[in-house]
Ligand binder design. Structure first.
Ligand code: FES
Ligand code: FES
Length: 166
């Protein structure tokens, strides 16, 4: 099938590639760009393991064709660490609060949480659970993911992180 030339900015760098019209963005990211943090956990758009940030939105990259993302700006989990290599507040939060086990959902979780905290810098637990409801996790039971995001929000807001009483 004829291929289309696409260009986009991924984690701050201009990238390009030749894709078929049917090529999913997640496959372009994983196979053409070798950014394999973005995962595939379903074929029904439920799991959110493929979530990336596309032009300021959380998008499930299994549900977008690469050609649709032509000209867009994308952030993947590989772009989340600070420029000096230290972990971002969210990455640190997931580690500190044990918000991951197998790690398969984690890139999508972090990308969604990244956008969630732009949408709402001081979310309640309810806001977090609702805001993360497009991302499934088989391991954690979500509780520590909520804490991880609360940890990151506190760090970004420069306030002390207080764990909710059990
Ligand atoms: S791979 Fe499951 S929502 Fe994209
Ligand atoms: S840590 Fe295993 S699926 Fe979430």
């Amino acid at each position: 099938m004829a291929k289309t030339h696409v260009t986009m900015k991924v984690n701050g760098a201009e990238v390009e590639g030749l894709v078929e019209p049917r090529t999913l963005l997640v496959h372009f990211i994983r196979e053409n760009l070798q950014l394999t943090g973005t995962h595939v956990g379903c074929e029904t758009t439920h799991c959110g393991a493929c979530t990336v940030d596309l032009d300021g939105m959380s998008v499930k990259s299994c549900t977008v064709f690469a050609v649709q993302a032509n000209g867009s700006e994308i952030i993947t989990v590989e772009g989340m660490a600070n420029p000096d290599g230290t972990l971002s507040a969210l990455q640190e939060g997931f580690r500190m609060m044990h918000g991951l086990q197998c790690g398969f959902c984690t890139p999508g979780m972090i990308m969604r949480a990244h956008r969630l905290l732009q949408e709402n810098s001081s979310p309640t637990e309810q806001d977090i659970r609702m805001g993360m409801s497009g991302n499934l996790c088989r391991c954690t039971g979500y509780q520590n993911i909520v804490r991880a995001i609360q940890y990151a929000a506190a760090k970004l807001n420069n306030v002390e992180f207080k764990e909710a009483a059990e």
